[in-house]
Design a binder for this molecule. Structure first.
Ligand SMILES: Nc1ncnc2c1ncn2[C@@H]1O[C@H](COP(=O)(O)OP(=O)(O)OP(=O)(O)O)[C@@H](O)[C@H]1O
Length: 277
């Protein structure tokens, strides 16, 4: 069992009195876990993330970070925002500075780090996201995918222990989505705890070791992706589709073309390996 980093107990949140967005979320997150947060539009994924990093205040429930119960006082909120970085769904909600460089420096400067450390972190984050060439440009005049890469660099430069990505690949072209997966690998090697909300079931299946399925403000399943994507009832309730790789694998097993040994290849390379190709 991994060391617990975050524990959430009975978290509830409503934007308006007529319809709660979160109806009681209970979840424990281990250090270094890669978690996909999936579910249909309006299920509560973004609301969960915004409560998790202190942007929204829960109506009730508790959040513990490394065993410490967090309150709404300034010190706890600072701990929360420093330790749990969030890449927002809409980049325009995150970007505040007038140049890319200024934007990515903003977080580390607020941490009151020495200047050289700020410069080192910013250079590293720009390089990670392949945006060094944009550093003097105003972020507001970049494309949607370019802005997204800047907001990811913002969070990388913070060196947060937990990183929450709200649909990071939605605005990215295939090449940049692939590059993001390489960045995620580097972050995983640094033992970062990552939660990613996504509608890309192929990505969730390939990348995550655990998936949380949100449906109407509740978590209706919490299991390894292969278990979730093989559960027809969960897929139906949460409006999810089966990942392509799993669909093909299951069809080939059903036809007797592959042994039923639950090999479950995650990507094309693993599938080819299974076929001996
Ligand atoms: N600012 C807001 N004011 C009022 N209601 C909101 C607001 N933001 C979200 N909601 C409502 O809260 C519920 C949960 O929304 P949320 O954005 O958390 O869903 P989501 O799972 O992230 O959806 P998506 O996949 O579309 O991003 C929805 O019913 C939504 O209409």
């Amino acid at each position: 069992m991994k060391e617990t980093i975050i524990e959430i107990k009975n978290l509830k949140y409503a934007y308006t009195s007529d319809k709660p967005a979160l109806r009681g979320i209970d979840v424990t997150i281990g250090k270094g876990e890669r978690i996909a947060v999936i579910g249909s539009n309006g299920a509560g994924k973004s609301t969960f993330f915004l409560n998790l990093n202190g942007v929204l205040t829960p109506d009730s429930g508790e959040i513990y970070f490394k065993g410490q119960k967090l309150t709404r006082d300034k010190k706890d909120l600072n701990t929360l925002r420093k330790s749990i970085g969030i890449v927002f769904q809409d980049a325009d909600n995150q970007i505040i500075a007038s140049t890319v460089m200024g934007e990515v420096s903003f977080g580390p400067m607020n941490l009151k780090l020495p200047r050289e450390e700020v410069v080192r972190r910013v250079d590293e984050a720009l390089e990670y996201m392949n945006i060094t060439d944009f550093k003097d440009r105003p972020p507001h005049y970049l494309s949607g995918g370019e802005k997204k890469r800047i907001t990811i660099a913002d969070i990388i430069a913070m060196h947060s222990e937990v990183i929450v990505f709200d649909e990071p690949t939605a605005a990215l072209d295939p090449l940049n989505a692939e590059m993001l997966e390489e960045v995620l690998e580097k972050l995983a090697a640094q033992e970062k705890t990552m939660l990613i909300s996504t509608h890309d079931v192929d990505f969730a299946y390939r990348w995550a070791e655990r998936a949380l399925v949100f449906c109407d403000g509740q978590i209706i399943a919490d299991a390894p992706p292969v278990e979730i994507f093989n559960d027809a009832e969960i897929l139906r309730r949460a409006n999810l589709k089966k990942p392509m790789m799993l669909e093909v694998y299951n069809a080939m097993v059903a036809k007797g073309m592959l042994p039923d040994d639950q090999a479950y290849p995650k990507d094309v390379a693993a599938f080819k390996h299974l076929l001996g190709a």
